[in-house]
Design a protein around this ligand. Sequence first.
Ligand code: UDP
Length: 240
Amino acid sequence: MVRQGALLYEGKAKKVYATDDPGLYIVEYKDDATAFNGQKRGQIVGKGEVNNRISAVLFKMLERGGVATHFVEQLSPRTSLVKAVDIIPVEVVVRNLAAGSMAARLGLQEGTPLARPVLEFYYKNDELGDPWVTEDHIELLGWADAATLQQMKAMAIRIDQLLTAFFRQCGVTLVDFKLEFGRTRDGSLVLADEISPDTCRLWDAKTGEKLDKDRFRRDLGGVEAAYQEMLARVEKGELA
Ligand code: UDP
């Protein structure tokens, strides 16, 4: 059993602690919710536990599917043990249907199907509001080299396939999601951060009901209930 050490970092949704093993961190998921680059703030009661438990199920599923992740094990309802990584400051968004900023920017109706997954990249920088960037920006500004970027893209597509299939058996359409990657101490590239209703758009496959953070962003009500519903479906899906 590792021992929890100093708080290394506190973000909008998680705290990261050192442990007595320099190769391992403990992440603690919070109930705090933000949207629109921190302009909207609130709490979603129980979110920390929901996101930790959903992420644990999904990271284990991805590992079984051959995707390397930072996940080691869930320690408690709100905490997990993860490999220490240096985060690559690029958010990779994968889209299966047009929604959110893509629908708004390009004048598409939300839910417009895309013939194959669309990848987008954003520079992870709160001060700049996570601006959209191209592959050239990523390479030439040194956030990731060409080989790493190709590896991230291939992993993102594989993750999309595995997540889409998993959510389908939960009766959920995976509309889009955001990924972050990092490098472990031994230099390997792994999927990091979280995969949860905070970072995915998840629609009920039959009714189209939103079961994700858009309920908070757009003041749709029933936020806590939607997170609990997703947890129940994912934990049932894990057993299927
Ligand atoms: N997303 C995220 N963190 C961000 C931005 C986006 O997790 O900082 C997720 C978001 O939940 C959605 C997907 O990435 O599942 C695409 O988001 P989009 O670009 O449409 O932006 P948004 O509408 O969330 O501002």
